[in-house]
Design a protein around this ligand. Sequence first.
Ligand code: T46
Length: 133
Amino acid sequence: MQVVKYAFQQHGDARGQLVALEELRDIPFEIKRVYYVYDTSVGVRRGFHSHRTLQQILICIHGSCKVLLDNGKEKKIVSLEKPYEGLYVPQNMWREMYDFTPDAVLMVLASEYYAEGDYIRDYEEFLKTCAGE
Ligand code: T46
């Protein structure tokens, strides 16, 4: 499995850093939605699903967390520790997010509006969609 992790350009000067993200330039899709996860309790694991069509970029803009990616054949663990790093998560990829530091803010740029019908929350069903690929 190829993990696609971006290192976004940092515009730094004596005042500090700034990262700018433009759809279809820095981000490989049109951004329809932005959400963020924060105040995650110690030991919590989130996710446990895949998406039928949704593509996303995960950016831990403060603190750190880990992401388990599973394409049904292979699993990879990715650490997100820098506010200029983005992890691309394509459709049909099982994901679990964990090891959040108490100060972690995980921001997600999404290619689609929120749609519960796009989620596959049953792991066996997810494996069946992978077998059909
Ligand atoms: C994903 C990972 C990385 C909304 O109302 N609108 C939204 O856009 C989202 C994302 C969630 N919600 C509601 C649905 C639930 O009642 O917020 C609640 C928590 O969502 P969920 O349990 O799906 O959160 P995670 O952290 O398990 O998963 C989320 C995204 O849902 C998912 O697409 O890939 O972050």
